[in-house]
Design a protein around this ligand. Structure first.
Ligand SMILES: [Zn+2]
Length: 69
């Protein structure tokens, strides 16, 4: 059963795990990427390459990721 979603946080430069239906503990710019850490990291590299921080993201990616709490 899926209970956690993994997202890359471009403000912290790390992966965050968030329980589904719970508020995020970080309000940074995050992209939801998968339901396991491995899946999320693979999707992150596929989509964003080596960019780990917000300033490394091209603007077309920045426009699709919003900060949320
Ligand atoms: Zn964060």
């Amino acid at each position: 059963m899926i209970s956690t979603v993994y997202s890359w946080c471009f403000d912290c430069g790390t992966l965050h795990a968030t329980r589904i239906n719970r508020p995020r503990t970080c309000t940074g710019h995050q992209a939801n990427l998968g339901y396991t850490p491995e899946e999320a990291l693979a999707a992150k590299h596929r989509t964003f390459g080596d960019a780990n921080q917000w300033h490394e993201l091209p603007s077309h990616h920045q426009q699709r990721i919003t900060a949320n709490g």
